[in-house]
Design a protein. Structure first.
Lengths: 394, 422
């Protein structure tokens, strides 16, 4: 019997046919939906990946499941009514969203901020950065399967949330930093509590290092995975820990200081490729852990020299007068550069308010850096970019 | 008399049905009116029921223990509401699972989907036939005990692949493929560890292996020569992978594959997978205890001699069996605890790395240790006190270091000031 008679032509989904002999395995690529309901997509991210077995050939990011028309809604409200909406964008760093918006409005409206309020903003903002990074580090542990690290981080984050609750009555969406200052003062008792927290928390960062960052399996999983070269990061407009992980010391708190950041002494952490290559997942992760130490440093300095005085002009709590014009202001959110572009027509509220969301820009690089990795790595890479879907979709 | 002797011979395989014989012996004359061919199967069935009861209670306890261990490692309390410190929580959960709807995906292969949990169950529970609890409390001492474990244990992977394939879900399929790669590969280091023990004991039988290790603690195979701890570590690692426990829980990696091969299972079918996992945990730990830690032996020679001297003293026999039962269960439970401890500490390994660990780390090391052990056994049959002393000295360094780390983590935490939440 001739060999040719046994060959069958099998059609391929992408067109054409392939010759299959008996005993041959016919393999084909598989489309896999990661998300929007998946435990490790940090919300409702949906990534459609084309896989060859466990190897990812290509991926496509689908967003928009959490779109709430932020930009349209805020056209119909007053200047002070916008802040609760900004809370709900990056819900893990609400304070910083408030801060960016308030600074943008203050810049356009020439609003004077009391010095005490500026210090409070820095203390609370850095505390928020710690809380946000703890969330990121903890859930990253969860992504690689280290559940205990996640709960350690949540235990400490809980303390910061309790401080926020005492400061403004809320645990997640604060509406605390308003145009013109902050909505409530920090009493001496609260300042003491924040100081105690920093003293308690610094050794706990070492605990996270021992348990997770320096764990052999963790390094094995994250080092050399999802490498983001610096030029690619710049091309895609990545900012924050994702950009610094690729080795560029870009931090708006240092480069273009806002608030009173120029008065504080801290280091900008950059990735060095210690465990694998420059710009891998471990670098991006480690930047967040190390930034928590820097945040503690800033809070300590701010607590030492916080002045007495007002925290807001009471009439500003009602509404702000903003003249006609437009302004753009960006701040260093825990996830990167958060920019507010505000247009005013001189009325009670913004004519237009557009947001440059760091997560939105950072997630765009995912298909580039996840090509050729395994399905398990995909989860690790998504975690290392640290997205918040509320901010991506707005 | 079909079952009259102590052995049931069937070609190569023969077995002693210890538990059934013991019950028969204890009840003695009172059962004489019942013909032996009825009585003996009945007694065997009774023995099986005792063991199945143990497994069920153990699984309930182990699930509660897992939740408590993880909770206390994570600064939580864990279940506290149902019963004393939540001891009855698992029963409450089990009742809830029983009442749940059994969902089969629309395009699933219904037959395979139905069969998969049964096969997984069938791959784990028969292992208890050879798992010894004491001299008398074991269902059957098969002369090919370890072989039986290796053979029956390998059935489980069929069920797992079936579950993943039949679910018609891509995540389940990934889980099944990972399970196939992982479980089959890790049987090799497992098998090499079995071989080493068989080489030392000269027998496949669990009871024989334990008898070889009686006497002082230094008779345990773990201390036989400096290479045995390597075999032990390799066996323990491979057994973690065989149980699909973290850091080798790739087939069900919840952060990657949602729930892996049992994503599409609900209700009682899901709980059978769960039960089988916990039962497998105990089995591998009990086998590790038998192979390396002297099984039921207390490691104190005079005590062992006193317990063994039970001729015409039924109370001493009962006492001896009780002590042995407690000893082997304690040893196994300690290893189960170590499994839980590792699960709640370590991140998960990736698929290619898991193969690297198996084929490039465990396999060569086990192979070297096995060859070295056989050479030593050839030179000094039955072991050598100098080698044992050397083993203890060499391996006490990492052991003490681990102990120090444990003490730092447990006692140290109480010594440190931990502020309560504010």
């Amino acid at each position: 019997m001739g060999e040719a008679t046994n060959v069958t032509e099998v059609p391929l989904p992408q067109g054409g046919t392939v010759a299959v002999k008996p005993g041959d395995f016919r393999t084909e690529e598989m489309l896999l939906n990661i998300g929007p309901q998946h435990p490790s997509t940090h919300g409702v991210l949906r990534v459609v990946v084309r896989t060859d077995g466990e190897i990812i050939l290509d991926s496509q990011v689908h967003i928009g499941y959490l779109h709430r028309c932020f930009e349209k809604v805020v056209e119909n409200v007053t200047w002070t009514q916008v802040t609760p909406y900004t809370d709900r964008m990056d819900y893990l760093a609400s304070m910083y969203n408030n801060l960016g918006y308030s600074l943008a409005v203050e810049k356009l409206g020439d609003v004077e901020v009391p010095e005490r309020a500026s210090y409070i903003r820095i203390i609370i903002g850095e505390l928020q950065r710690i809380a946000s990074h703890l969330m990121s580090v903890g859930t990253y542990g969860l992504d690689v399967g280290a559940i205990t690290a996640f709960l350690y981080c949540f235990r400490d984050r809980e303390i910061t949330l309790r401080i926020f609750e005492e400061v403004c009555g809320q645990r997640l969406n604060y509406n605390y930093i308003r145009p013109g200052g902050v909505s409530g003062d920090l009493t001496d008792e609260m300042l003491k509590k924040i100081d105690d927290f920093i003293d308690y928390f610094l050794p706990k960062i070492d605990e996270i290092d021992n348990l997770l960052s320096m764990n052999g399996i963790f390094i094995y999983r994250t080092a050399g995975v999802g490498i983001l070269p610096l030029d690619l990061a710049l091309d895609y407009g990545c900012t924050g820990p994702v950009l610094r992980g690729s080795g560029l010391a870009r931090d708006l708190r240092k480069d273009e200081p806002y608030g009173l950041y120029e008065q504080f002494d801290f280091d900008v952490i950059t990735g060095k490729g210690e465990k694998g290559q420059l710009g891998d997942c471990w670098d991006r992760y480690m930047i967040r852990v190390r930034e928590m130490r820097e945040s503690c440093k800033i809070i300590k300095q701010a607590l030492a020299k916080i002045p007495e005085g007002k925290f807001i002009e009471p009439k500003l709590l009602k509404n702000v007068k903003v003249k006609k014009g437009e302004s753009y202001l960006k701040v260093e959110n825990p996830r990167g550069e958060l920019g507010y572009y505000i247009v005013s027509d001189g009325k009670k509220g913004p004519y237009r308010c557009s947001v440059r969301a760091p997560s939105f820009c950072n997630i765009a690089v995912l298909p580039e850096i996840s090509r050729g990795c395994m399905v398990a790595d995909m989860v690790v890479i998504i975690g290392s970019i640290d997205i918040v879907m509320g901010e991506v979709d707005r | 008399m079909i079952f009259g002797g102590t052995m049931l011979s069937n070609g190569l395989v023969f077995a002693r049905y210890s538990l059934a014989e013991w019950i028969q012996g204890l009840l003695g004359d009172r059962l004489e009116m019942i013909p032996e061919w009825i009585l003996f199967p009945l007694l065997m069935l009774a023995g099986c029921l005792v063991i199945i009861g143990f497994i069920t209670v153990f699984a309930l306890f182990a699930i509660w223990m897992e939740r408590k261990v993880s909770a206390h490692m994570q600064c939580r309390l864990g279940p506290m509401e149902v019963g004393f410190h939540g001891a009855l929580q698992t029963i409450a959960d089990g009742v809830k699972l029983l009442g749940k709807e059994d969902i089969v995906p629309r395009h699933a292969d219904k037959l395979l989907h139905y069969l998969a949990p049964i096969i997984v169950f069938a791959g784990v529970f028969p292992l208890f036939v050879v798992v010894p609890f004491s001299e008398k409390i074991l269902i059957s001492d098969i002369n090919l005990g370890l072989f039986f474990v290796a053979a029956v244990g390998a059935v489980e992977v069929v069920g797992v692949i079936m579950a993943g394939w039949a679910s018609n879900n891509k995540w389940s399929l990934f889980g099944a493929m990972r399970a196939a790669t992982q479980l089959v590969s890790y049987e090799i280091p497992l098998g090499l560890a079995f071989l080493t023990i068989i080489l030392l004991a000269g027998s496949f039988s669990m009871v024989d292996i334990i008898h070889q290790q009686e006497g002082w603690l230094s008779n345990w195979f773990l201390f036989h020569n400096p290479f045995m701890p390597i075999i032990f570590l390799s066996f323990f690692t491979a057994s973690l992978a065989e149980c699909k426990r973290a850091p080798f829980d790739l087939p069900e990696a919840e952060s990657e594959l949602v729930s892996g091969f049992h994503t599409e299972y609900s209700g009682m079918k899901f709980s059978i997978f769960f039960l089988a996992e916990y039962a497998a945990m105990y089995v591998v730990c009990a086998i590790a205890a038998v192979m390396f830690l002297g099984g039921w032996s207390t490691g104190i020679k005079p005590l062992e001699a006193w317990l063994a001297d039970s001729a015409g003293n039924p109370m001493r026999e009962v006492l001896s069996n009780t002590v042995h039962l407690v000893v082997i269960v304690t040893k196994s439970m300690f290893l189960v605890f170590v499994q839980m401890w590792l699960r709640w500490t370590l991140p998960r390994i990736r698929l290619d790395q898991i193969m690297h660990v198996c084929l490039k780390v465990l396999l060569p090391w086990t192979m070297v240790a096995m060859v070295a052990t056989s050479a030593i056994e050839l030179c000094w049959p039955g072991g050598n006190m100098v080698l044992t002393a050397l083993t203890i000295v060499i391996w006490s360094i990492p052991l003490l270091w681990t102990l120090k780390a444990i003490l730092d983590m447990t006692v140290g935490i109480f010594l440190k000031f931990v502020p309560s939440g504010r």
